[in-house]
Structures are given as structure tokens and as C-alpha cells.
Design a protein around this ligand. Structure first.
Ligand SMILES: *Cc1c(COP(=O)(O)O)cnc(C)c1O
Length: 366
């Protein structure tokens, strides 16, 4: 049996009628840009994320840029973020005019280490961007305490963590704003590019909406210089249809993770994902660690199982950041993990048979 890493077409088949009807309605109404489908999605998504406002935009990368631009990042400002993420998180700090300061992750959750944040703060620090990587919340109590003490803003990068929780609250409700990606493979995915920022700050929401729409919300009244970053009507209608299924898809991912956990937790040298107490994990990715990661990945691939490495090089060591001359000793956890991580097939519709194939192959390898 071959097992794909993800199966977007299978998900479409389970909700084909709803998605097809949504697309047909947008075409019938020619509501391609802004309009009722975008408004409806923004309202529904804000409510689902337990936030007051949702400002939709073209993708999760723009969401980060728009949030930072609206918070007033300027030349010389330092923004702290994690060494272990997708490059959007750090690249947008630079594009917003700031300076990237990386912090190592903690040893077990793949999320930013609050102790490292504390020691990275300087008089120029203005904000922190934690990433709830792979679907597990970062340590938000510790991060918010540091932010309050030093009067820093916090943007939560929730691109991989739709509906994950920290204690009794949903991620994305702790910081000043939270950014989401609806890239097709994300837990809530469009059929193309899409993104959003949510916030409960009225002023920030208004500035972000203006920034993403040429600097004004009324035609020809440009109050500031903005960019063009729009969620289109088709994606909005598709996302509204899919949002209704997100709670159930999240539970399905969690059940699939429990099957992997039970099947893999006794294997020597293999580490299954660790979930810290008081946090839920929504398993955008199910990422194990193994000292012979490349051999294991080859063994799985030759037997028909697709895997991925998210990400093969931690951010500080990418060519894009060679100007900083980062050394492995500065980021020991991320540096160690970049050679050990392997993401297994994970999607809401994965079957127990598919998972057992993966589990048996890993046992055979061990
Ligand atoms: C996917 C992702 C983004 C970027 O989202 P796009 O919609 O692809 O621009 C940002 N941060 C993280 C952590 C991501 O996983």
C-alpha cells in the first residue's frame, strides 16, 4: 500500500457539493474581489478564532507583513522570533523594516524558548513573534509575561495551528494580533493562496485593513501608502464552506496522532511528538525525531510512503541569514533537530490501514 503525505483531492471529494455550490455562487454573483463572500468569511473566521476582527489578505506571509507594518515597525527595531519556522516569519520582519533576532527552541516542543527570549532583549527590541509550530502552542504565559515586562508587542504566527489551545484559550488570542495562512495544505486550506490576521484591537484592525487595501477603505481615499493584498471571493466562499468542518477535521488529526503515538512510542531512538501540559496539539504535522532520519526516510520512500522534512535547515543557518554568521552553539536545539526531524503522512482522512503500513515499516527499519 502506498501512503501519500497528504491527500487534498480526497478532502475535496468528501465536501464536493458544498465547495462546488460555493464556487458557483461567487461566479453567478461576479463577487470576485471583496463583496459579501469575503465579509461573511471574515465574520465567521473571527468568531471561530474567538477574536473580534478578521482582516483577510492574500496569504500568510502578507499577513505577517501587514501586522508588523500596522504595529509601526521601523528601521533599527529588533523583532525576536524562533530559529525553527518557515522563512516567512523572519523574512517579513526584514521587509517590514526591522532586524531579525533569532532565539532557540526549547528541547522538546519545537517552539521558542522563553528563557532565550529574555536574554535576547535589548533596548531596541519592539516585539516577539512566537510560532505555534506543527500545531502545538508555544509557552504563551511565559511569552506574554516577558512582553508585558518589557512593553513589547506579540504577533502569534498561527499558520500551522488553527484551533490549537493553550490552557483555556485558543492560540491567537494572547498577542496583539495573530496571523493565519490558508495555503492548501494547512489545516484550513483554500484552493489557492489565502491568509488573514485576527485581532481584538479595534485600532489595529482598522490600520491593517487599510494597509492591505491600498491604504484606504473608501475608494480613492488613500490615507496611507498601503499594498494590494486581497483574499478573493472564490477563496473566501471555499474557506467558509470548509471552516464548518474544521473542528471535526481537527479531531480526526488528533485521533490519527494517537494511533501513531501508540504504534511508535516504544521504538528505541525514535522520539514521538511531545505535547506539553496545558496545551493541545492540532497536528498540522506529525513530526518524529530519529538519529538516522535520512535512512528512515529512504526506507519509507522505497516502500511507498511519502514523508517531508520541515525544515531541513533551521532559519539562522540559511544562506539568507549568512550576514549574521550564526554558529550552531547559539541554537543547539534547533541545530540538533534539523538533522533528526521527519514528518509522517498526516491528514484528516488518513485511514488506520494507511497508518499501520507506516508504523509497520518503521518497526521493520528499527
Ligand atoms: C505556511 C506558513 C506561513 C506562510 O503562509 P503562506 O500562506 O504560504 O504565505 C508563515 N508561517 C508559517 C509558520 C507557515 O507554516
Amino acid at each position: 500500500m502506498s501512503v501519500p503525505y497528504a491527500d487534498l483531492h480526497l478532502q475535496y471529494q468528501t465536501i464536493k457539493d458544498e465547495v462546488d455550490a460555493a464556487i458557483a455562487a461567487v461566479i453567478r454573483d461576479s463577487a470576485f474581489i471583496r463583496g459579501p463572500y469575503v465579509d461573511a468569511f471574515e465574520d465567521a473566521f473571527a468568531a471561530a478564532m474567538e477574536a473580534k476582527h478578521c482582516v483577510s489578505c492574500a496569504n500568510g506571509t502578507d499577513a505577517l507583513f501587514i501586522a508588523m507594518a500596522a504595529l509601526g515597525v521601523k528601521e533599527g527595531d529588533e523583532v525576536i522570533t524562533t530559529a525553527h519556522s518557515w522563512i516567512s516569519t523572519s523574512a517579513m520582519i526584514t521587509h517590514a523594516g526591522g532586524t531579525v533576532v533569532f532565539c532557540d527552541t526549547d528541547a522538546s516542543t519545537f517552539t521558542i524558548d522563553p528563557l532565550a527570549i529574555e536574554s535576547a532583549i535589548t533596548p531596541r527590541t519592539v516585539g516577539i513573534i512566537p510560532v505555534h509550530l506543527y500545531g502545538q502552542s508555544a509557552d504563551m504565559d511565559a511569552i506574554m509575561a516577558i512582553a508585558r515586562k518589557h512593553q513589547l508587542w506579540v504577533i502569534e504566527d498561527c499558520a500551522q495551528s488553527h484551533m490549537a489551545r493553550y490552557k483555556d484559550r485558543q492560540v491567537g488570542t494572547f498577542g496583539n494580533a495573530a496571523t493565519y495562512s490558508f495555503y492548501p495544505g494547512k489545516n484550513l486550506g483554500a484552493m489557492g493562496d489565502a491568509g488573514a490576521v485576527v485581532t481584538s484591537d479595534d485600532g489595529l484592525a482598522a490600520r491593517m485593513a487599510m494597509l492591505g487595501r491600498h491604504g484606504g477603505l473608501t475608494k480613492h481615499q488613500h490615507k496611507i501608502e498601503g499594498i494590494n493584498s486581497r483574499l478573493d471571493g472564490l477563496q473566501a466562499a471555499i474557506l467558509s464552506a470548509k471552516l464548518r468542518h474544521l473542528p471535526q477535521w481537527t479531531r480526526a488529526r488528533q485521533s490519527a496522532a494517537a494511533i501513531y503515538d501508540a504504534g511508535l512510542n516504544q521504538i528505541k531512538d525514535l522520539e514521538i511528538p511531545y505535547v506539553a501540559s496545558n496545551r493541545t496539539h492540532v497536528y498540522h504535522l506529525y513530526t518524529i525525531q530519529h538519529p538516522h532520519r535520512d535512512d528512515l526516510a529512504n526506507h519509507l520512500r522505497t516502500n511507498g510512503v511519502q514523508t517531508a522534512i520541515n525544515y531541513p535547515v533551521a532559519l539562522p543557518f540559511l544562506e539568507a541569514y549568512s550576514r549574521f554568521d550564526h554558529r550552531p552553539e547559539q541554537f543547539p536545539n534547533s541545530h540538533r533537530q534539523q538533522g533528526r526531524i521527519l514528518s509522517l503522512p498526516m491528514f484528516a482522512e488518513i485511514t488506520a490501514d494507511q497508518q499501520n503500513t507506516v508504523i509497520e515499516l518503521i518497526h521493520a527499519f528499527a
